[in-house]
Design a protein around this ligand. Structure first.
Ligand code: G6P
Ligand code: MG
Length: 222
């Protein structure tokens, strides 16, 4: 059985993915770029600067702004996003995730958080989840964004387990790719994800029983 479960934050533990999108959409619109929810799939799990570069590229504006202007736009998006976070409450914890964390602790399964968001500590505090994980990755120490596996491998190392003994839960294609690259069993939340070992439409159906079942099925097959 898995010895650790590693969670992404936005779109897995908490319903913030649409707030990131809203803030990016407003910024993009101001500079004359239209982005839709389909394109947003390419922003999930991608760092703030990386997301801005993708938006500029999608609007044919790569290289149209100075670094200082890009920094200002990233700061503008973040200020907007932080404002949106002010309304966050425990009701924004996604269905089943509080229970899952609780069960994992009861079962002695380690828990980790692998979010590249610099706002992760703020979000955890708003939800009263600061103590909910055995280890929370520190984005300042991560140099490669997902789909690079660095952040997940960093969590495995901190929890002192090997990647083959971990399960990762992700709502981003970049996150699923990062898990697979790291050799970690990947559970995807979302209909369009490719390459996950197991996929669900939402967190609602996710529990320790389901994780265990899928893990056993997979390890019986190989
Ligand atoms: C997560 C989200 C992305 C976001 C990134 C950086 O990966 O899925 O949408 O761009 O974190 O978040 P930050 O709060 O640092 O801007
Ligand atoms: Mg996410």
């Amino acid at each position: 059985l898995p010895r650790a479960v590693i969670f992404d934050l936005d779109g897995v533990v908490v319903d913030t993915a649409h707030l990131h999108f809203m803030a990016w959409q407003r910024l993009a619109q101001r500079i004359g770029i239209h982005i839709d929810t389909g394109f947003n799939e390419q922003l999930k799990g991608v760092s703030r600067q990386g997301s801005l570069l993708r938006i500029l590229a999608s609007g044919g504006k790569t290289g149209s702004f100075t670094q200082a202007e890009c920094d200002a736009m990233a700061a503008e998006k973040n200020a907007d996003y932080v404002g949106l976070l002010a309304g966050l409450t425990t009701t924004d914890i996604l269905p089943g995730m509080g229970e899952l964390l609780h069960t994992l602790h009861e079962q002695g399964v380690l828990t980790g958080l692998a979010s590249v968001s610099q706002n992760a500590p703020r979000v955890l505090r708003a939800l009263g989840l600061e103590q909910a994980f055995n280890y929370v990755a520190d984005t300042r120490r991560i140099t490669h964004s997902k789909p690079h596996p660095e952040i997940f491998l960093n969590v495995c190392e901190a929890l002192n387990i090997s990647p083959q003994h971990a399960v990762g839960i992700e709502d981003a294609q970049a996150g699923i790719d990062a898990l697979r690259a790291g050799g970690i069993f990947a559970i995807g939340i979302g209909a369009t994800l490719e390459g996950a070992n197991y996929r669900l439409a939402s967190t609602e159906g996710l529990s320790w029983a389901v994780i265990r079942q899928q893990w056993l099925r997979h390890h019986a097959d190989i």
